[in-house]
Design a protein around this ligand. Structure first.
Ligand SMILES: [Zn+2]
Length: 530
């Protein structure tokens, strides 16, 4: 399934500043700093990196041998493949169920919460991927095995094997996989979502690492302090009740696990690569960030980041153990809450019937924040005042009545393919006819559109007006009364940052002003999605 992207779109994907793509050479922390981050000797990790001392990075062969052995020796683990990376490396996936099922439909029929764990989307963030192997082992025949009576688990230990082989954040193409989950332009991201379509996640944890020195030294002459930073989906289109489950069930479980093991933590914050930008952002609200996309498609979603990028294998056991402990806390909380699956199903149903106005675009609040950093030489706390862009505190820039559906008159095929990978159902209009709709008059605005941006700017502005149009046979109809309604709006409202029209999946000529996308405001069904 190869798709041809417009040249300028490829440009956008690759338009990261050079610094964002280069793996910074390893930063050697002082002994005084390292003393704050000792190993957690009580946490035994069954994974290839810890088979011998000192720990090592698990290369692709070691990873493949480990998962094959698990699947061969466990009653619960079944190994399959998402497909191949751009450079031909395997993308393994493990199903872990009480019954040892390999068929996604059969696993879905068990009617247990389905938990997806994803490691190492970013190649230079190895601890999350390594921890996924230890979790798989513990579920196969270790301390977590009893949980499989209550939950089913899917593990993708290494989402970006090419990046892992090159110690690089990005994919072989240079694109950042963790900004591509709405657009689906990259084969690794498409492969992941194809598997998710067969077995939709109730809960997704996405395991990353963050930069310890690099930008923090350049900007603040300090190092990141926290062992781990976490954040739920924050895009305003994420159903409120899913966010409530994240905060009610998982947040306390994660915090208890961290406190019990003496790990320091706070909400996930990041800062731009640009040296002169002193802003620190609480995550970001790009709809194509995995954490947000999973929320928009109807799953409870968390990002887990440990203190690890750019420091090689320093404190490696602690980093992997931290991911392990948080995944364990997540799985235990999921197995303990008997009402979880029903609550998530209710949240999805609520999303499908939501009639509230759409927040098409928004601004995030800025407020003073004391960033918990440490002195790079002594390791002593160095709380640093910064301005925080708070992605949880929003002001709507564009609010718009929620349509009942959309008609896409151009680019329908790639739009349908990308949406389907996020569990959106659409169909082709069977018979041509006239329709009363709302049309968009589009004005392109000049912004520095970077796919890597965590809070992307709008690349178009629109004026919405009533219109009557000819709908040709074969036009795409996308209804909004479905659980992944947030995906539909993020993709198809042209002025939603990162929209398919904004990035060129829905093409427009320079001399046109009317978008080939229309809002259907009535209950008229142009066809029946399947
Ligand atoms: Zn990452």
């Amino acid at each position: 399934m190869k798709r041809i992207l417009p040249a300028f779109l490829i440009g956008l994907l690759l338009a990261a500043p050079a610094a964002a793509q280069r793996a910074p050479s390893d930063y050697q922390q002082t002994d005084a700093v390292l003393a704050h981050y000792p190993a957690l000797p009580d946490i035994a990790l069954q994974s290839p990196a810890f088979a011998a001392a000192p720990p090592s990075l698990s290369n692709q062969d070691a990873l493949m041998a480990f998962v094959a052995k698990l699947a061969g020796s466990s009653r619960h683990a079944r190994l399959t493949s998402l497909g191949l990376s751009q450079q031909g490396r395997d993308l393994p996936l493990l199903y872990l169920t009480q019954e040892g099922l390999a068929d996604p439909a059969a696993i879905a029929r068990l009617d247990r919460p389905v938990i997806w764990l994803i490691g190492q989307q970013h190649g230079n963030e190895p601890a999350g991927g390594e921890a996924m192997l230890a979790v798989a082992s513990a579920l196969s025949s270790g301390e977590l095995e009893p949980l499989l009576a209550r939950i089913s688990v899917v593990i993708v230990p290494r989402g970006n094997p090419d990046g892992a082989a090159a110690d690089r954040r990005v994919l072989a193409s240079g694109a950042d996989p963790n900004r591509d989950h709405l657009l689906m332009s990259q084969p690794e991201v498409r492969a992941l979502h194809q598997a998710m379509r067969l077995l939709p996640p109730d809960v997704v944890f996405d395991h990353h690492e963050f930069s310890v020195a690099w930008r923090w030294v350049e900007k603040f002459n300090a190092l990141q302090a926290a062992d781990v930073m976490i954040l739920e989906a924050t895009h305003p289109g994420v159903p409120r009740s899913l966010t409530d489950i994240a905060r009610r069930l998982y947040r306390p479980a994660l915090e208890a696990a961290m406190t019990r093991h003496g790990l320091s933590s706070h909400d996930y914050v990041t800062t731009d690569a640009a040296r002169d930008d002193g802003m620190v952002s609480l995550g970001g609200n790009a709809p194509g960030i995995a954490r947000n996309t999973f929320g928009l498609r109807g799953s409870v979603s968390y990002l887990i980041e440990t203190r690890g990028v750019g420091i090689g294998l320093q404190s490696y056991q602690r980093r992997v153990a931290t991911h392990y402990l948080l995944a364990k806390a997540l799985l235990e909380a999921s197995a303990t809450d008997g009402g979880l699956r029903a609550a998530i199903a209710a949240a999805r149903q609520e999303a499908a019937t939501d009639r509230s106005p759409l927040v098409v675009s928004h601004k995030v609040a800025r407020r003073p924040f004391e960033m918990p950093l440490i002195d790079p030489h002594t390791g002593v706390a160095k709380p640093t005042p910064v301005t925080l862009a708070d992605s949880r505190t929003l002001t709507a820039v564009e609010r718009r009545e929620r349509p009942r559906g959309y008609l896409v008159l151009r680019g329908g095929k790639p739009v349908a393919e990308a949406l389907a990978l996020n569990d959106v159902k659409a169909c082709e209009v069977a018979e041509a006819g006239r329709a009363a709709v709302e049309a968009y008059d589009v004005q392109r605005v000049t912004v520095e559109t970077r796919r890597e941006s965590i809070n992307p700017d709008q690349s178009v502005r629109v004026v919405v007006r009533p219109a009557t149009i000819d709908v040709p046979q074969g036009a795409l109809f996308v209804p909004m009364n479905q659980p992944a309604t947030g995906i539909v709006a993020a993709a198809l409202e042209p002025d939603s940052p990162g929209s398919y029209l904004g990035v060129g999946v829905v093409p427009m000529n320079d001399n046109e002003s009317e978008a080939p996308v229309y809002r259907v405001m009535t209950d008229r069904r142009f066809c029946s999605p399947h």
